[in-house]
Each structure stands twice: as structure tokens, then as C-alpha cells.
Design a protein around this ligand. Structure first.
Ligand code: PLP
Length: 449
């Protein structure tokens, strides 16, 4: 017997939904002729006019001319509250004065030095002081790279090759575990398990056993729909890895913003390695991996058997200096805690609005990152989301933009330090307007009258 669909939409409702989306897309295209023109131009030199898949949406993406504070301004002159927050990399907003000053001072001192400098020591010290499980750290240029290095380190440290990840996870451009993205993946030996599935994960770890190098997990699946891991699940991974001598890697590229010490501190769990990225570069390309000193030391160039770790821009002076000011002066532990709490409170308010509209409207997430969903029942893993009508996300996206809020097409909302209470109110109002306007189609899809 097949399980009942959790969003029991019919063909009639689907076609009504498609009509609403087409109308919204048409209105978007009309409002944004200059974006449309730039998109047409971009197609001559980039496939699909695009160099970053996540920023593509139909009929064409919004082209942004400038940004300030918590706002972006598009090439047609519309100003939006930026609730995409550069997929969490935009934590500091767009123009924090302390970060701007650091950039200007750095530019004044000259770039491309081809040598270490004090800025990288400052940032490394700040990272190690801030994240309890990071005893030593190394920098690279993206979260993708950070994860590739962490996996490489784990394979070298354990002298094993097999890896476990979770279905629907996203660990970078060549570490995609859902939606068909696997075709671009780095050729490692993967076994996939269900996220938050304690029994399956512990059994698989035991089975792969002495061949298992590492388990990599996001403490909250970000790309997968802002689905948080339960503490029990993460603890079970920790214990199971210990039993077979495999390393546990937390991908905290997104979740390191959750409270003062990131998700591992929040849960009181110590992974062997942690990867970082996004906001820690304060607007510049950034990645980092760190953890137990005994593992990180495998990259110590004073060792005869040192693993090489190269990268021209690993210590890019802009990233190092702006990143240090961001972490030490802007995203202080107190601000981190406040932002986490503001996000938790906002998600509660949005969930209430959602429930008032329909039982299929839910907001998942952790702290300052959250995602709308259109499905009934608990959401613990991406498999719980397969029945979601994807077109509703398009509608949500278009309607939010019409209300002056720029979010991710997949329904993700990320807060930034530049937002104030009025901005959060605007965000709530935009969501409320969407729910009110689209209630008939949402309720019809949910099988409600
Ligand atoms: C959890 C997670 N890991 C890794 C990455 C990859 O980071 P980057 O885009 O800097 O390569 C991302 C990016 O969205 C991410 O969300």
C-alpha cells in the first residue's frame, strides 16, 4: 500500500496553481525590464546567462545594482529588504562601517603579498577562541573546498577511504546529495543514510566499520530545507563513529552562526573536524576547516610526511582582515546570542501565521535561518518533503518580492545583523500578505475547505 500523500493536491488544483504562478511571473517580468535585458545579454557569454545555479530562477533572476545596510536595490530601481542574506554569508549586512574600514585600510597597505602576515594569525586565533571544537584551523576559499579538505584529512588520518553522508545534504558544489546534483560530485566512495534516522545511521556506520574514514553531517540541513538535526541523532553519530574509529565532521558552513560557538557548542558535541565558510569572510571568498590539533597537524609542513595544502588566496589579506574585524567586533558572542534568539522568536511567529492559514504551512529552521514548507506532519528529513508542490515556492518568492522582500526561491529566509525590528515586522507582513492572498489555493492543496 502506498502512503497517503501529505499534500493531497489534485490535477485541478495543480493547474490552478500553475496559472497563479504564471500570472505572478508575468507581473515580475513587467516590473523588471532592466533585469530582463541584462539576462538576455548574459546569455551570450554564460550558459543560461548564469555562473551560479542557486541564483537562477524563472523567468529571469533579479539583477542587483547596489546594496546598503539590510537592503538591496535592483537595476530597475526597486529596493528590497534582503532576506536571502547571501544564503547566510550576508550576516553582516552590506555596509557595516567597521568592515568597510578594515577593507579600506587593507587596500591602503597593498595586496597580493605572497607571504604570511599578521591578519591571518588574528583570524585563526579568533576562530579557535570562538568555536570550542576547533583547536587548530586552516583557511581556504570556499565551503566546498573546506569540506573537500576535511574529507581528505579524514581519509589520510584514518588511512581509510569510505565516507557516509545524508540524503538531501549539500556540502558544496561537488558534494551534492540530492536533486540529481550527484552527477557533478567528487568521486569518493559514499554511502548515504536518512537524515535524523538514528537506527539506519548507527547500523550503517557499524557495517562499514573498519573501512569508514568519516561521517559528514550538517547540524541543520540548509539547502535541504532548513531541517535541524536532533541532538540525539548527532550524539548517536558521535558514539557510533567512536566505536569504529571513524571521524565525525560537522559541516558548520551555515550553522556556525547559531549562537556564540556554532551548532556543536549549542549541542555540547565535539566533532573531530568542523568546516566553516560564508559570513566569516565578511563578504570575501572564504572557507576554513579545523578541529583536533592531532589531526590538523597532518598538514604541518615541518613534518616529513606532511599533507600539502595549497591555495594562492588561502590567506587573502582582504578576507583575513575583514573576517577578523567581523568576528571580533561585529558578530560578538553577545550579538550571536541575540541574533539566534531573534531568529527563534521570528520562526515561532511565522509558524503561527502559517498554522492559521493551513495545516500544510510550516516554518522549519534554527536560529537566524528558516524555510517555509507546504506539507503536513513532522519534517525531519528531505524525504518528508517530496510531496511539496514546488510551484508554491515560486509563488511565495514572487509575492515576497512584490511586497519588497527578497528571499531565496526555495523559501529560505536568513536574518542579518543589519536588520532591525521594523525590518522583521516588514518580513512578517510580507509573509502574512502572501498567506492571505494565496489561502484558497494553499488550503485546496492541503485538502482543506
Ligand atoms: C552546508 C553547506 N556546506 C557547504 C557549502 C558550500 O560553500 P561554498 O558555496 O562557499 O562553496 C554550502 C553552501 O551553500 C552549505 O550550505
Amino acid at each position: 500500500m502506498t502512503a497517503p500523500a501529505r499534500s493531497p493536491s489534485t490535477a485541478k488544483q495543480n493547474s490552478a496553481l500553475i496559472t497563479e504562478v504564471e500570472e505572478a511571473a508575468g507581473a515580475f517580468a513587467q516590473r523588471n525590464p532592466n533585469s530582463g535585458r541584462l539576462f538576455a545579454k548574459a546569455q551570450a557569454s554564460m550558459p543560461g546567462g548564469n555562473t551560479r545555479s542557486a541564483l537562477y530562477f524563472d523567468p529571469f533572476p533579479l539583477y542587483v545594482e547596489e546594496s546598503f545596510g539590510a537592503r538591496i536595490k535592483d537595476v530597475d530601481g526597486h529596493v528590497y529588504l534582503d532576506a536571502l542574506g547571501e544564503f547566510t554569508a550576508g550576516l553582516y549586512g552590506h555596509s557595516d562601517q567597521r568592515i568597510r574600514d578594515a577593507i579600506v585600510v587593507t587596500a591602503g597597505k597593498g595586496v597580493s603579498n605572497g607571504a604570511p602576515g599578521s591578519a591571518e594569525i588574528n583570524l585563526a586565533d579568533a576562530v579557535c577562541a570562538r568555536f570550542p571544537a576547533i583547536e587548530m584551523v586552516r583557511f581556504c576559499n570556499s565551503g566546498t573546498e573546506a569540506n573537500l579538505y576535511a574529507l581528505t584529512l579524514a581519509r589520510a588520518a584514518t588511512k581509510r577511504t569510505k565516507l557516509i553522508a545524508f540524503s538531501g545534504a549539500y556540502h558544496g558544489g561537488v558534494l551534492v546529495f540530492g536533486g540529481g546534483g550527484e552527477r557533478v560530485n567528487a568521486p569518493y566512495d559514499w554511502t548515504l543514510c536518512r537524515y535524523n534516522g538514528i537506527d539506519e545511521a548507527t547500523a550503517t556506520i557499524a557495517k562499514v566499520g573498519s573501512e569508514l574514514a568519516a561521517v559528514i553531517v550538517e547540524p541543520m540541513m540548509s539547502n535541504g530545507g532548513c531541517i535541524p538535526a536532533t541532538r540525539e541523532f548527532l550524539e548517536a553519530l558521535r558514539q557510533s563513529c567512536d566505536k569504529v574509529g571513524a571521524l565525525l565532521i560537522f559541516d558548520e558552513v551555515v550553522t556556525s552562526r547559531m549562537g556564540p560557538g556554532g551548532s556543536h557548542a549549542l549541542h555540547g558535541i565535539t566533532p573531530d573536524l568542523i568546516t566553516l565558510g560564508k559570513y566569516l569572510g565578511a563578504g570575501f571568498s572564504f572557507g576554513a576547516f579545523g578541529g583536533k590539533a592531532s589531526i590538523m597537524d597532518l598538514m604541518n609542513p615541518q613534518r616529513p610526511d606532511a599533507l600539502p595544502h595549497a591555495g594562492t588566496f588561502n590567506n587573502n589579506v582582504f578576507t583575513m582582515s575583514a573576517g577578523f574585524v567581523g568576528l571580533s567586533e561585529v558578530f560578538t558572542p553577545e550579538r550571536a546570542q541575540e541574533l539566534y534568539e531573534a531568529g527563534e522568536a521570528l520562526r515561532v511567529r511565522l509558524s503561527k501565521l502559517g498554522h492559521e492559514c493551513s495545516r500544510i504551512v510550516q516554518f522549519t529552521g534554527c536560529g537566524s535561518a528558516m524555510n517555509i514548507h507546504f506539507v503536513d506532519g513532522d519534517i525531519t528529513c528531505p524525504e518528508d518533503l517530496v510531496a511539496e508542490p514546488k510551484e508554491l515556492f515560486n509563488l511565495f518568492h514572487f509575492d515576497l518580492m512584490e511586497a519588497g522582500v527578497y528571499a531565496a526561491r526555495r523559501g529560505q529566509i536568513n536574518l542579518s545583523l543589519a536588520m532591525n525590528d521594523d525590518d522583521l515586522t516588514l518580513l512578517e507582513q510580507a509573509v502574512a500578505q502572501f498567506l492571505e492572498r494565496r489561502a484558497p489555493i494553499i488550503r485546496a492543496i492541503g485538502g482543506e475547505r
